[in-house]
Design a binder for this molecule. Structure first.
Ligand code: 0O2
Length: 207
């Protein structure tokens, strides 16, 4: 059984949050999309013999983080900014076993009749300079909601978690450069391992 988990630690309260009365609908959209993702997993399982979705986590961006992003972008801290000018208030992260599955799942999402992919950043084919890899989609769902979907492999997810941890850890200034270089090296090694694992999986599927 694959895991679908909400990761918002403290769900914003609708009376105080920047999202205002839209918050319950945002949560409903997040749940609807999580159900769709689970169905994609079952559909692909019939094709591949295994559910390629290892797990999926989802969150409504925290109030503090959304307000900080509004300030950074020079936007007023309003529901309109949070829902219409910034596009990652609702986010799902889908973690797949293999790189080819990432793109298969992407194609299934893009085929939903009520989802338009309005932006796509492929940090798998074009990794960030620090080594970060993921495929990011911005969806326009039902013509009303923006949703960010991040798709990545298990290795990419493990790396991103460690890198995120390092970024927010205080007092590492002495070793920062060395740690960054080591993280980049690990990201590249993991990418190479992902490719080898993909090749082995393809050989198994073809045999
Ligand atoms: P959270 O907790 O996911 O909300 P932005 O940085 O959002 O202002 P942009 O161009 O919209 O600018 O975003 P980008 O870089 O395409 O993707 C942003 C999200 O991707 C981040 O969200 C992270 O979840 C993830 N991400 C991007 N780059 C890195 C990276 O180098 N390391 C890690 N660990 N994650 C990354 P938030 O807003 O940071 O956080």
């Amino acid at each position: 059984m694959n895991e679908f988990r909400e990761i918002t630690s403290e769900p914003p309260n609708s009376e105080e949050t920047i999202y205002g009365p839209a918050l319950p609908q945002m949560k409903a959209v997040m749940d609807e999309l999580a159900d769709r993702v689970a169905r994609i997993g079952s559909q692909l399982k019939a094709e591949l013999g295994m559910d390629p979705i290892e797990h999926c986590v989802m969150r409504i961006k925290s109030d503090e983080s959304m307000r900080e992003k509004c300030r950074r972008r020079g936007l007023p801290e309003t529901a309109d900014s949070a829902l219409n000018r910034i596009h990652d208030a609702i986010g799902l992260r889908i973690v797949a076993a293999f790189v080819s599955d990432v793109y298969r799942i992407r194609d299934c999402i893009a085929a939903f009749g009520d989802c338009e992919v309005i932006d796509e950043k492929d940090y798998i084919r074009h990794a960030k300079p620090n080594g970060y890899r993921s495929l990011h989609l911005i969806l326009r769902y039902q013509g009303a909601w923006y949703v960010e979907i991040q798709l990545r492999t298990i290795s990419m997810d493990t790396w991103a978690a460690l890198e995120h941890h390092m970024r927010y850890k205080k007092n590492i200034s002495g070793n920062a450069q060395l740690i960054e270089a080591e993280l980049k090296r690990c990201a590249d090694e993991l990418a190479s391992t992902d490719l080898s694992m993909q090749t082995i999986r393809d050989m198994i599927l073809d045999s």
